[in-house]
Unconditional design. Structure first.
Length: 742
């Protein structure tokens, strides 16, 4: 098997039909990113994508490792007995006590089958071991590395390496022979399959491909160096981009070229909404441009396909709110539109499905200066021509990354000669890469892994021990909060536990039967038994779900039950998770046996939701006809309608009370009352000048005129926090009223 298409197909089979961890690598331009982008179409498994850095996470459509796993800054020590500076290091105890996972992140980690880590060359072994602990703890599965979650590790180790300081390494070297991810203790225990995409799509010049291959593995010959250095001193085309090793070099070139252009400068600012930390900004918040500036697109145009990430262009026309550019190698001028990046987190919704929740938005023109760019920031890009300045290369792989951005040697222009000393390679990485040759053929590993995974999958599907465990956890945590005067409601959770435990002996026998059929290779009988077993246990669990939903609906009608409800809903989540596994058991088994997974998960999700909705409808109808009273607790009062609470504030304002006095009287936050005031101004019920002075109004109006396009946060920043957000909204609402009256 030699083509990248074949390897990509094999990687998808490993993911779908085994629980084997996969390291998917390949030279620059072999399609690693393409595989990741299409993964959701290739697998039935629930997965999230994480990456070591913010920019890598944005590019991969995921989140940072530290954000998803709530890791503190510093290094992870996999030994509780070691003495260290715990300000710079952390261990399992510190993670559990001082940096515990919140319930949302735990839910996500319990829900996933697969964890995808992109740009794994930058991932350190200690951080991967910290993830191992987090996953075991979150999933309550301490027996299996990574809590039983499969890993897909994507990246090229010959590109940018992980960073470790001498002070950190003095401690970590006691546990790891190198800092690379493949030295992780958990990964070594569980093992992984090494798959390499080998067809280069970026370059077609075979001699250049061979030079790059030797450069990548630190095996360059004198002839290779000579062939590259023949491109030193050549006069580059005017539009060629420069690749250099340090940010300061790139910034100096870009700033100098911009200043040399004549004509008016235009400054464009990002529009930032809600939570989008500065460390995640894909480009600078402010961008100064002039006509003639060389720019590069940093996003793909997925709508009209006019440009792609790395496409070069020249600015031809600028106004205060528009940019036109002439695309390189095309006789075409286009107007550039603002594009958005989102800061997201993974959550589990009310249907127990993984989803991305958008926390904030960064909107800007998707351009950056293209006179020069660092090698680090050029990863993933392709250029026809480039001036390469790597005389000051300081990290293994930098020279390779720079040269591999080019399509051919013809487009290479060296600013400094390449010396063999600058072509540093990491010998540990080279030795690790040689393991691939010692590995058994991937097809053999796949065949063995398929049978193991089929048995594991069936064992997981027909093992319901997690449900009684979850009930015990909830009852212990809830204490007196889980006690009710109604006998039926008081014993619901215990009854669910007993009903599930009553099936334990049957499930053990049933799993044994399935094992025998898998070993015998009697696939027809196996699939028949799976179908009958899933129908039987689905019905059993849906019966218990009905009892639980009735209990939850009853509790929702009582006061002071938020904590208990949150706990009891975890049982709902566990039941639904098990029902999902039962519904998917037969089609997954068929896919594993046929070595071809084509699973319509949406169909089964729809069936599951429809049945749940039907049960919930029945429960609500029953409780509506025969409400259960609880003598030990008060029933919740129905909240006042939103309009009613505004009206009450307006009435008290007219009675002469201040917002602060109303907040005390109504037991509400003062900020809530100011929100009511802003709404009253918007509705024309209240007048702005009664709550703000003329000078203050004028000051905010001026800021709105200058910075209003960036939203209230931009105005708030421009005013240096002198005014609260509600002051700005009040002025905005007043202006809207004035416009509507004109």
């Amino acid at each position: 098997m030699s083509t990248s298409d074949d390897i990509a197909t094999l990687a998808a089979r490993f993911i779908n039909s085994t629980s084997q961890h996969v390291f998917l690598t390949g030279k620059a331009g072999t399609g690693k990113t393409t595989f990741l982008k299409s993964l959701s179409e290739k697998t039935h498994k629930r997965f999230i994508v994480v990456a070591p850095t913010g920019i890598a996470a944005l590019n991969a459509g995921g989140v940072t490792i530290h954000s998803q796993f709530l890791l503190p800054l510093g290094s992870y020590v996999p030994d509780e007995t070691v003495q260290a500076d715990w300000g710079a290091f952390f261990n399992n105890s510190i993670l559990a006590r001082k940096n515990p996972l919140n319930s949302d992140r735990k839910k996500v980690l319990r829900e996933i089958d697969l964890l995808v880590i992109d740009e794994v060359s930058m991932l350190r072994a200690d951080i991967l071991d910290a993830l191992d602990y987090r996953l075991r703890a979150a999933r309550g599965n301490y027996r299996k590395p990574f809590g039983g979650v499969q890993l897909l590790l994507i990246g090229d180790l010959f590109q940018l390496p992980p960073i470790v300081r001498d002070r950190e390494w003095s401690v970590l070297q006691k546990f790891y022979s190198s800092i690379h991810f493949f030295e992780s203790t958990a990964l070594k225990k569980s093992g992984f399959v090494y798959l390499e995409l080998d067809k280069v799509f970026r370059q077609e010049d075979q001699s250049f491909i061979e030079i790059l291959n030797r450069l990548r593995t630190n095996k360059s010959t004198e002839a290779d160096i000579a062939a590259l250095n023949r491109h030193y001193g050549k006069e580059p085309p005017e539009k060629a981009i420069t690749l250099c090793t340090h940010n300061a070099q790139a910034d100096k070139i870009n700033q100098g070229e911009l200043e040399s252009l004549k004509g008016k400068s235009f400054v464009y600012e990002a529009e930032i909404e809600k939570d989008f930390p500065e460390k995640l900004y894909p480009i600078a918040e402010k961008m100064e441009l002039k006509v003639g500036a060389r720019v590069m697109f940093i996003k793909n145009d997925n709508v009209s396909n006019l440009f792609y990430n790395g496409k070069l262009a020249t600015v031809t026309e600028l106004t205060n709110d528009s940019i036109k550019v002439d695309l390189d190698d095309e006789d075409r001028e286009i107007e550039v539109e603002r594009m958005s990046w989102t800061n997201s987190k993974f959550t589990v919704n009310s249907d127990n499905e993984l989803q991305e929740e958008v926390l904030g938005n960064f909107s800007h023109f998707p351009l950056k200066y293209a006179w020069a760019v660092t090698v680090h920031k050029s990863q993933g890009l392709t250029f026809d021509q480039a001036v390469i300045d790597v005389g000051r290369a300081f990290a293994p792989g930098q020279v390779y990354v720079a040269l591999s951005r080019l399509r051919s040697l013809e487009g290479l222009f060296l600013r400094t000669k390449i010396h063999s000393g600058a072509i540093s390679g990491d010998h540990q990485v080279t030795r690790f890469a040689e393991r691939k040759e010692a590995q058994a053929p991937p097809e053999e590993i796949l065949e063995r892994g398929r049978q193991v995974y089929l048995i594991e999958s069936l064992d997981e599907t027909f093992n319901f021990d997690e449900i009684p465990k979850r009930v015990d956890y909830v009852l212990n945590k809830a204490g007196d909060k889980g006690r009710f005067s109604d006998p039926e409601m008081n014993t619901t959770l215990v009854s669910i536990k007993r009903a599930v435990e009553a099936e334990k002996e049957n499930t053990i026998k049933f799993r044994r039967q399935l094992h025998q059929l898998v070993t015998a290779g009697d696939n027809e009988k196996l699939l028949d038994r799976i179908e009958k077993g899933t129908q039987y246990y689905r019905n059993k669990l849906f019966d218990e779900l009905e009892n639980l939903l009735k209990h939850l609906e009853f509790v929702r009608g009582l006061s002071k039950t938020v904590t208990y409800l949150r706990l009891a809903e975890e049982i709902d989540h566990t039941l639904m998770n098990q029902i999902t596994k039962l519904w998917l058991a037969k089609p997954i088994a068929e896919g594993i046996l046929q070595n071809q997974m084509s699973l319509d998960t949406e169909k089964y999700d729809a069936l599951k939701k429809a049945r749940r909705e039907k049960i919930l409808e029945k429960v609500k109808l029953e409780l509506g006809k025969n409400p259960i009273k609880d003598a030990s607790r008060k029933e919740k009062k129905k909240p006042a309608k939103k309009g009613a609470t505004y009206q009450e504030t307006y009435r008290l304002l007219k009675d002469g009370l201040t917002p602060a006095q109303i907040a005390i009287k109504r037991s509400l936050a003062e900020s809530t009352i100011w929100t009511h005031v802003a709404n009253g101004i918007k509705e024309g019920v209240l007048k702005l000048d009664k709550y703000m002075g003329t000078e203050d109004i004028a000051k905010i109006r001026e800021a709105l005129i200058e910075y209003g396009s960036g939203g209230t946060s931009a105005v708030h920043r421009a005013l240096d926090g002198e005014y609260q957000y509600h002051h700005i909204r009040m002025v905005v609402n007043s202006l809207q009223i004035e416009k509507s009256e004109d």
